[in-house]
Design a protein around this ligand. Structure first.
Ligand code: NAD
Length: 352
């Protein structure tokens, strides 16, 4: 056993079917009595159901959560939370809605920090991390994203209700699921790797791989949806514990992560043999990189950068940026070798 440091994250997790009905109990348990429900414009109906379940503890709904946590949305929601004298927020949705809850906690004063009950409906895993990314318009007029890690944004309670994930589209399911696997793979070879998180990473990979097959056969499969949501928590916890700001070669978006992952595994395999063999075992295949590639392709996820609209002339620059990545990576980051990796990902070839 290698020496390690492990810090457990203090979150209460309630997992099951129909568990969103317990939201009032969870809010009261936190000592709160004035809950503001958060959603995106697309999930207002799910938010209204949670408002009804909150009963007297509901003070209102804010339904303008958006991708990448824009600061102006946060400030608008914060003003509403203040006007309604909310003491907590209940985020019903994916990473965007949970991101808004985190931003509200971050921007509320320490003395009156808004507590968070997260009810996740995708497999992004943000609810299990003390990480927040925010965007604001920079001096040049372009959106500028900043990411930070602070315990102030970690939700106090996560209520996983499998029933709420049945409506997630097949495309979003597979991309979100494979992105979650990417977090677990990174945790297995991270410098901060430890036996607790590694065990969870393997469980997360197994659960998601199993779930994708069941959901492909039947998008309403309760077993499949339950496995996927458990896997999302396991992989999100890995991300929270072993997060290297930037992630897979500093590539944005879940789709890109999904395409790059098999190639990143092939690239790192000679330098992270133990981690990569655990990934292969969790997937039930002989070659982890090929197993991940097949999992994407067979489940309808994108598997080439070309299909994502990435331009061939940008590969060189992407390799340069990846080679300059400041965070540790198992294999040395050599521009020429990264260019080969990116070209393979661009063409969508199966890793050898
Ligand atoms: P999302 O939250 O943006 O959701 C995408 C769309 O799907 C939205 O319209 C949403 O309302 C809808 N939706 C969500 N669940 C649904 C369901 N069950 N049924 C029907 N529609 C549903 O997407 P996401 O991938 O969950 O989150 C992406 C965001 O999360 C990004 O901004 C990303 O940076 C962030 N993120 C943050 C962390 C972190 O640790 N801070 C981790 C992962 C992702």
């Amino acid at each position: 056993m290698q020496p390690f440091v492990y810090t457990a994250l203090p979150a209460r997790v309630v997992f099951g079917f129909g568990t969103a009905k317990q939201v009032a109990h969870e809010v009261a348990r936190l000592g709160c009595s004035r809950a503001l429900v958060l959603t995106t414009p697309q999930q207002v109906a799910a938010g209204e159901q949670v408002q009804a379940d909150l009963g007297d503890l509901n003070v209102g709904i804010y339904s303008k959560a958006a991708m990448h946590t824009p600061l102006e949305v946060t400030l608008d929601a914060l003003a509403q939370a203040k006007a309604l004298d909310a003491d907590c927020c209940v985020a019903v949705g994916g990473g965007s809605t949970i991101g808004l809850a985190k931003a509200l906690a971050l921007h509320s004063p320490d003395s009156a920090k808004l507590k968070i009950v997260a009810i996740p409906t995708t497999y992004a895993g943000s609810e299990a991390t003390p990480i927040i990314g925010q965007t604001e318009i920079g001096k040049d007029g372009k959106p500028l994203k900043t990411t930070q890690k602070t315990m102030k944004v970690l939700p106090e309670v996560i209520v996983y209700d499998v029933d709420l994930t049945l409506t997630l589209s097949p495309q979003m399911t597979v991309i979100s699921g494979l992105n979650a696997i990417a977090h677990a793979v990174e945790a297995l070879w991270a410098v901060e790797a430890n036996p607790i998180i590694s065990t969870l990473a393997v469980q997360g990979i197994e659960a998601i791989a199993r779930s994708l097959l069941l959901i492909k056969a039947d998008s309403q499969s309760k077993d499949g949806r339950a496995d996927a949501l458990f896997g999302a928590w396991a992989c999100g916890t890995c991300l929270g514990a072993c997060h290297t700001l930037g992630g897979s070669f500093n590539m944005p978006h879940a789709e890109t992560h999904t395409v790059i992952l098999p190639h990143a595994v092939a690239y790192n395999a000679p330098f992270a043999a133990d981690a990569v063999s655990r990934v292969a075992k969790a997937l039930g295949v002989a070659n982890a990189a090929q197993g991940l590639y097949d999992l994407s392709k067979e489940n309808g996820a994108p598997y080439s950068l070309k299909s994502l609209g990435f331009k061939e002339e940008d590969l060189e620059r992407a390799a340069e940026i990846a080679a300059r990545a400041p965070y540790p990576n198992p294999a040395p980051l050599v521009k020429e070798k990264l260019l080969v990796l990116l070209r393979n990902a661009y063409e969508g070839v199966r890793p050898s």
